[in-house]
Design a binder for this molecule. Structure first.
Ligand code: PPS
Length: 297
């Protein structure tokens, strides 16, 4: 099916119609944040599900009940998907601090966000790996447009003609809030390299003092190979007519640098050129290896 059939354009970006219904978007527009809400913000395929695993168990100080008993989409609901399920999720009645997720760009956030400025955990991931993960995801999900060839999907990714629009605009928008908002910037690559250190950084931002023993236990539960076994988080409960995990697993590889297995040197160069042009004057230190040297060797 085509973009026109599967997506709507909402605030300038493609949103999958089947997943984010108008009713949900309206609910989000009118949503009231609390100052102590915790909001996990990601461009899709940057580590959302990983944060939905880690943050609740930081909040529970190492009690794994939330990740053992509640599916990740109810444990940390996406606000843009919540509307039609608001009664079930009971978001307004959840005790503080509530934990939510969103894929929204900064300029798409509802009015209440700018008034209240809740705490934000923004996760960056090397966009070439985001692209790679997204390519596989588009091949297994029924409500997204088939990705086509790598060349075709690469151009769509660069042009922002995929779900939730441009990675570049998403990153630049949330970076622009650096001084004014309460944001903890996380990097998927740091989480891969040093998960315990990343958990400690998150805990400290969230005002939690955790012993090294608890941090180590959380890291062990949330490391890829263990998290992949958690049926509350590996999307195995989603019917195959939505997610066909025979084609590609949701928790697929969980590594950094997998883009070298997908992009040719020419495609990588094309991406680098687009990155340079679109991210020019971005005064922000990204933690992936000096980006333009991340070529296939
Ligand atoms: S979504 O659809 O936006 O919610 O996807 P998201 O969860 O943001 O991203 C999915 C990718 O994150 C990887 N992932 C992990 N990597 C390492 N460790 C852990 N624990 C982990 N959990 C999720 C997941 O495997 C997807 O990346 P790829 O590269 O496709 O494996």
């Amino acid at each position: 099916m085509t973009e026109a059939e599967l997506y709507m354009v909402y605030k300038g970006v493609f949103i999958p119609k089947l997943y984010q219904r108008l009713e949900s978007l309206k609910y989000y527009e009118e949503f009231t944040f609390r100052p102590d809400d915790i909001l996990i913000v990601t461009y899709p395929k940057s580590g959302t599900t990983w944060m939905q695993e880690i943050v609740p168990v930081i909040q529970s100080e190492g009690d794994f009940t939330p990740i053992d008993t509640i599916p990740n989409w109810d444990r940390v609901p996406w606000l843009e998907n919540a509307g039609s399920r608001a009664n079930i999720l009971k978001l307004e009645q959840r005790p503080s601090p509530r934990i939510f997720a969103t894929h929204f760009h900064y300029n798409m956030m509802p009015e209440s966000y700018f008034k209240v400025k809740p705490r934000v955990l923004y996760v960056f991931r090397n966009p070439k790996d985001v692209f790679t993960s997204s390519y596989h995801f588009h091949g297994m999900v029924s409500y997204l447009v088939n990705p086509g060839t790598v060349d075709e999907f690469l151009q769509k990714f660069i042009d922002g003609k995929i779900m939730f629009g441009s990675w570049f605009d998403h990153a630049k928008g949330w970076i622009s809030a650096k001084e004014s908002d309460t944001i903890c910037y996380m990097f998927y690559e740091d989480m891969i390299r040093d998960l315990q250190g990343s958990i400690s950084k998150l805990a400290s931002f969230l005002g939690k003092t955790l012993s090294q023993d608890i941090v180590a236990k959380i890291a062990d539960r949330c490391v890829f190979k263990n998290m992949k076994q958690n049926k509350m988080s590996n999307y195995s409960m989603v019917p195959t007519n939505f997610f066909d995990q025979q084609k590609s697993e949701f928790l697929r590889k969980g590594t950094s640098g997998d883009w070298v297995n997908m992009m040719s040197p020419a495609q990588s160069d094309h991406f680098d050129a687009a990155y340079k042009e679109k991210m020019i004057n971005t005064n922000f230190k990204f933690h992936w290896d000096s980006f333009c040297q991340v070529h296939a060797q």
